[in-house]
Design a protein around this ligand. Structure first.
Ligand code: SF4
Length: 419
């Protein structure tokens, strides 16, 4: 068994585009964040459009009282005729009186709240002292010049100043993972002998971990640039690694922590071997279908680079273009270096030009946002919704097969339809 050594970023051509974009806004992150932090509430201060986006993205929650909502800014507020602050205070008071289980309230900014310059930072400060045992924070999920995964980055970055100072050595896993995946990673770290492992975000507000010079952190998601910077200002140190997708990515990610915490190499290999082998077996099943198939990533989730690395290195797919909204060369260095030489990367979007390139290449699979998928399908191109990759459990050894299947499924469906 070989363990992937850290690699240096390769020189890859990067096409930079600035034009019309087709992405969801940062409010979308609330859908997975509210499931993760079980005593938090996300109050969007926005318009009916924002409320509609959340409702349609989340589906209707019939059995549970939802832990997100929208304080609607009415037209008269937009015209400056009413005191939006007073309205907001009233909504917060009603909410917290009715829902005593809420321990962490996020006031989430939107395009409308930013247009009327409603200062949610000051609103959070003003409200904070008024409710015992409830912490009130704010961040922006606004859609101007952002993409949907940035909502999680902004939310986690807002939590960092709340973390107490902690001197002890610890490993911090940063990024909202489904509980089952987080538990798998924690078991592996415990078997490796890394005694103290914490997660950001925590499952409950009271379990927000501490941070300090003894903290080393692994990013579980590649879209957490602001959160990483905020942790570094608190003395924590980032452990560079490939992202934990597939057998190789997961091994490299775990290995970065093992090396840092002085875990014996033989012990590391014996702990990861069973999961790694299971992942490889699961991937072999899908590799037959995916090998040599071409794929085009439109910029959307910011997961594009590590997923492209996984699909080309572990499943033999051919990368036509890897588009990403933002390219964080530092955090993506190991994944970038493992891409085939000459892979076309694009950063940002000019959607019409990019669609022309898709049509010219006619890839076997195009990963894109929901708005682009239907038109491309009508033109006979198979697509995969990028957002599904963020909603599904895809990290780690045990999910490697499921991740590959997400890409194989549209091809299987097309084969069936054309038989
Ligand atoms: S925050 Fe902006 S982009 Fe997002 S739903 Fe509201 S108005 Fe639309």
């Amino acid at each position: 068994m070989s363990v992937l050594a850290p690699v240096r970023p390769a020189e890859l051509p990067v096409l930079r585009e600035r034009g019309q974009r087709e992405v969801f806004c940062g409010l979308t992150g609330i859908i997975w964040l509210h499931r993760k932090v079980q005593d938090a509430f996300f109050l969007v201060v926005g318009s009916r459009t924002c409320a509609h986006l959340l409702q349609s993205a989340a589906g209707v929650m019939v059995f549970a009282e939802p832990r997100f909502g929208t304080a609607i800014i009415e037209e008269r507020d937009l015209a400056g005729l009413a005191d939006a602050n007073e309205e907001l205070d009233k909504v917060v008071r009603q909410l917290l009186t009715r829902r005593p289980e809420i321990k962490l309230l996020f006031l989430v900014g939107s395009c409308p709240s930013e247009v009327i310059k409603l200062d949610l930072g000051r609103a959070a400060e003003r409200l904070n002292g008024s409710y015992d045992g409830v912490r009130i924070l704010n961040y922006s999920g606004s859609g101007i010049e952002t993409t949907f995964t940035q909502g999680e980055d902004a939310c986690l970055a807002a939590l960092v100043p709340e973390m107490r100072a902690e001197a002890a050595d610890q490993l911090l896993i940063v990024g909202a993972l489904p509980d089952v995946v987080e538990d798998q990673f924690r078991r592996l770290f415990a078997e490796l002998g890394i005694a103290r492992v914490e997660s950001l975000p925590p499952r409950r507000a009271k379990d927000l971990p501490g941070v300090g010079p003894g903290t080393r952190f692994l990013l579980a998601q590649p879209f957490l640039g602001d959160t990483a910077r905020a942790l570094e200002t608190r003395g924590a140190r980032h452990l560079p690694a490939m992202f934990p997708f597939g057998a190789e990515g997961t091994t490299a990610w775990l290995h970065a922590a093992a090396r840092e915490f002085g875990i014996d190499e033989m012990h590391f290999r014996s702990v990861v071997a069973p999961g790694r082998e299971r992942a490889k077996r699961a991937l072999a099943h899908h590799a037959e279908r995916l090998n040599a198939k071409s794929i085009f990533f439109m910029p959307d989730s910011q997961l594009e680079v590590p997923l492209a690395r996984f699909l080309s290195a572990e499943l033999g797919m051919t990368l036509v273009e890897v588009g990403t909204p933002y390219l964080h060369r530092g955090h993506l260095a190991d994944d970038l270096a493992a891409l085939p030489a000459g892979t076309q990367i694009s950063e940002g979007q000019d959607v019409d030009k990019q669609l022309d390139r898709v049509r010219a290449a006619r890839p076997d699979l195009t990963v894109c946002g929901l708005g682009l998928a239907n038109p491309l399908e009508r033109e006979g191109l198979s697509t995969k919704w990028a957002i599904e990759l963020v909603f599904s459990p895809v990290h780690g050894f045990e999910q490697a097969g499921d991740l590959a299947e997400l890409f194989a499924r549209p091809l299987v469906r097309r084969d069936r339809l054309t038989v």
